[in-house]
Design a protein around this ligand. Structure first.
Ligand SMILES: *Cc1c(COP(=O)(O)O)cnc(C)c1O
Length: 389
């Protein structure tokens, strides 16, 4: 190997010295609350598999059946020859579920956001974004050459001030459920001001879809909104839906537009048809009585955890969702607490900058319908033991 330029080593060293170095750990076996890492068992509280569908028997069975019918790979992009009947069926199933005209599939939520925002932004139109929006939305705005203007988190007045000053036909984007805080955007109010200023609005509901709203239809449904109020919704399959990939739900004309101009839709291989089939199974499960039961179980886990944590010296954030972060502050302290939790058999990664703002490192605890009350009790005991001295 030739010697690498010095800036690579110095960037790594800088991350290390600020307690910001990251590396993946290897999970043995399936994605469930009971995990094995480095040969040791833990109860995990940082997965986004909120309903426990990533290892659900019905999806495993669907996968085995579907692979016999449609093989493994899609072979090409959607527009060449990779769009199979499994993909078509999934798009239609989601459109029916959410009540929109059309759905486009993407290989990941990151790509869906990059694709949609980059295709809709332009240097003559601003992108107006909540300060805590997901990185992929920000990157989409950067790619589009539009001016990115960020408003104070969930502050409708701050958003309106920006819209008032912005170029005609701007794009307003927000997470539905915020990924690192767990709180929800005031979608009805945001949608009213978007309409008032003629802005196009898009919601990233990666953490809402499947979990919240009637039939798991997500954050828009919670606020009683439909596609006349908010014309673009992005949802991911890798979280509550338990598989992988993502979609944009919208109107016929907008879907035609994105099909021509969303480059991460055009220039990439379609997701595996097997993935499309099991995702379809999962979406139908979400709308069934079992889906309802799983959301009920998740809800009662959230209530139980919040009630038991009332006497804990660190405040919980005001989150009604599966994401229940404990704000710590310093990265070193968050890391130390995460290490102590590990000693007690609990796995919860410390979330640090640049994923969250500097000085707001946290334990991002996520709850799932598949956690038992015993699991949550062990978490709370371990948290008490892990308090910084
Ligand atoms: C996870 C996430 C994404 C990216 O989705 P992937 O399918 O994991 O690429 C986008 N937006 C938000 C808010 C997310 O949390």
């Amino acid at each position: 190997m030739p010697k690498l330029p010095d800036w690579i080593e110095s960037s790594l060293l800088e991350r290390q010295q600020s307690n910001l170095m990251r590396a993946p750990v290897v999970l043995a076996g399936a994605q469930t609350p009971q995990v094995v890492m480095d040969g040791k068992p833990y109860v995990a509280f940082c997965s986004n598999d909120y309903l426990g569908l990533a290892n659900h028997p019905r999806l495993i069975k669907a996968l085995k059946q579907s692979v016999d019918e449609c093989g493994v790979g899609s072979g090409a992009s959607h527009l060449v020859i990779g769009h199979t009947s499994s993909h078509e069926k999934l798009e239609n199933e989601i459109a029916q579920w959410l009540g929109c005209e059309r759905v486009l599939l993407f290989s990941a939520g990151y790509m869906a956001n990059l694709g949609a925002v980059a295709a809709l932004g332009h240097k003559t139109r601003d992108v107006i974004s909540d300060k805590l929006n997901h990185a992929s939305l920000i990157d989409g705005a950067r790619l589009s050459d539009s001016r990115l203007r960020r408003y104070v988190h969930n502050d409708v007045a701050s958003c309106e001030r920006l819209l008032k000053k912005s170029l005609e036909g701007s794009l307003l984007i927000t997470d539905g459920v915020f990924s690192m805080d767990g709180d929800m955007a005031p979608l009805a109010n945001l949608s009213s001001i978007a309409q008032k200023y003629n802005a196009l609005m898009m919601v990233d509901d990666a953490h809402g879809i499947g979990c919240v709203g009637r039939l798991g239809k997500g954050s828009m449904e919670v606020e009683g909104l439909d596609f006349n109020d908010i014309p673009l919704l992005m949802g991911t399959f890798g979280k509550a839906i338990g598989t992988a990939g993502a979609f944009v739900a919208t109107s016929n004309v907008m879907a035609d537009y994105l099909t021509q101009f969303a480059r991460p839709y055009i220039y990439t291989t379609a997701m595996s048809p097997v993935m499309a089939s099991i995702t379809c199974e999962s979406v139908s499960l979400l709308q069934s009585g079992e889906g309802e039961d799983l959301r009920g179980k998740l809800e009662s886990n959230i209530c139980y955890f919040r009630r038991k944590m009332q006497s804990f010296p660190f405040d919980l954030m005001s989150s009604p969702t599966a994401i229940q972060p404990i704000l710590i502050g310093e990265s070193s302290v968050a890391l130390e607490m995460s290490e102590k939790l590990k000693h007690k058999g609990i796995w919860c990664a410390a979330i640090r900058p640049p994923t969250v703002p500097v000085g707001s490192s946290r334990l991002r605890i996520t709850l799932s319908a598949s956690h038992s009350i015993d699991d949550i009790d062990s978490l709370i005991n371990a948290l008490e033991y892990s308090l910084p001295s």
